[in-house]
Design a protein around this ligand. Structure first.
Ligand code: FMN
Length: 207
């Protein structure tokens, strides 16, 4: 059986995917969700209470993870709704997105509700572990989305401009850089982290 490694996924790395789930009325739902590859056949992710995806995964205990790079699919599934024609039923097992580079169906093997209190109040997150049941590749080369490389490219653009901007802009760039560094260390691989460390070291000479 094909596993997550056949999709180019690596252990411990977080990928931005589109989760498709079934609503109580049987219609499909899509939402961008960051999914961590645990090993060839297991994923871990965090669902924040308040979304349809949170409710649907708790009720159905199964879902599809779609790998794609189409910006409008990400936009519509976040701030609008994907048209019903974009989905396809996977027999009676839920839905996937037709245009996905690849998708896999998975079932929940463990879930844990975690409450967090901060200055905005209490929020609830469901920490989900799931087992991959079936992987389908619609093309030979699949590229699961990881945000770290975009952060590194942005950081390099900033660093290449930092000597020619005003003091105020420089301050803004430095703030952006520390935000990018936080992101890269959260979602990147060891290679990405090493690259970011090198960028920050070179920044020290420019302060
Ligand atoms: C790139 C990206 C990644 C996201 N990752 C998560 C996540 O890991 N967990 C989560 O609960 N929400 C995540 N979200 C937010 C949900 O996608 C968003 O709340 C969505 O509107 C929920 O839609 P739904 O109500 O149809 O489920 C993410 C959003 C984006 C744009």
């Amino acid at each position: 059986m094909l596993g997550l490694y056949s999709l180019g996924m690596e252990n411990g790395i977080l990928y931005e995917t589109i989760l498709t789930t079934r609503n109580p009325d049987g219609t499909p739902n899509a939402a961008p969700i960051g999914v961590i590859c645990k090993n060839n056949e297991e994923v871990v992710f965090y669902l924040h209470k308040g979304s349809k995806t949170f409710d649907n995964v708790r009720r159905e205990k199964s879902f599809h993870v779609n790998i794609l790079n189409d910006p409008m699919v990400f936009v519509e599934s976040t701030i609008g709704n994907l048209e019903s024609g974009e989905f396809q039923a996977d027999n009676a097992d839920g839905f996937f997105i037709k245009s996905a580079e690849a998708f896999f169906r998975a079932e929940v093997t463990s879930e844990k509700l975690v409450e967090r209190k901060d200055h905005l109040g209490t929020s609830t997150t469901n920490v989900i572990q799931a087992r991959v049941l079936r992987v389908v590749k619609n093309q030979e080369h699949v590229q699961p989305l990881n945000r770290a490389i975009y952060g590194i490219i942005e950081a390099l653009v900033y660093i290449s401009r930092i000597d020619i901007v005003s003091e105020d802009e420089k301050k803004a760039y430095l703030n952006q850089m520390s935000e990018i560094s936080r992101l890269v260390n959260k979602v990147g691989s060891e290679d990405h982290k090493r690259a970011m460390k090198r960028i920050l070291a070179s920044l020290e000479n420019k302060k």
